[in-house]
Design a protein around this ligand. Structure first.
Ligand SMILES: [Zn+2]
Ligand SMILES: [Zn+2]
Length: 176
């Protein structure tokens, strides 16, 4: 099944190739395939819509992917499945390995030019990594005072918010 993800550029049909597929998480995590380490926290297959086409001497790989990665919310610390997504944008050129010029961002490969799509997707997933992720836009986070998760519990801290315009309203609510 490994061969399935290897593409030889020199053999590419004039019409190019397109994929619209769920790349199995198990394959992405399998360290016996390819050389780029996959995110060990992937929790689902990664959907990838990607096309490889040839324009003159340039082979262009472009697409979009999305997947789920188990992360910890940076506001409330709870684990959640982060919806990661990103682009694939690569250019390759075949050469003999001499006088390699990468100024144009093009990767030079020795003919026949074999690329491993799993490694490319793994790299793209790393590139989309963000250090701060939140479980939801409406996540309330942890109380600065007592540390309770405000999404789950009502904080018991005695806050001195008597100057707050809604303080009176709040005490009304609590007395219900
Ligand atoms: Zn959160
Ligand atoms: Zn509190």
């Amino acid at each position: 099944m490994q061969r399935h993800w290897l593409v030889t550029l020199q053999n590419l049909a004039v019409t190019g190739r397109q994929w619209d597929t769920d790349v199995p998480m198990a394959l992405l995590k399998d360290q016996s395939i390819g050389s780029v380490q996959a995110s060990s926290d992937l929790v689902a297959d990664v959907h990838w819509r990607v096309a490889l086409e040839r324009a003159g001497h340039i082979f262009r790989l472009t697409g979009l992917w999305h997947g789920l990665i188990r992360r910890q919310c940076s506001r409330c610390n709870a684990p959640f499945d982060w919806q990661a997504e990103g682009k694939t944008e690569r250019e390759f050129q075949l050469g003999d390995g001499q006088g390699v010029n990468t100024d144009n961002g093009c990767e030079h490969l020795i003919a026949p030019g074999e690329i491993n799509l799993l490694d490319i997707l793994r790299e793209d997933i790393w590139l989309a990594w963000k250090s701060d992720v939140i479980c939801s836009d409406s996540c309330l986070g942890l109380c600065q005072g007592c540390g309770v998760d405000l999404n789950r519990e009502t904080c018991q801290c005695e806050k001195d918010d008597s100057n707050h315009p809604f303080a009176a309203l709040r005490s009304l609510k609590l007395s219900d």
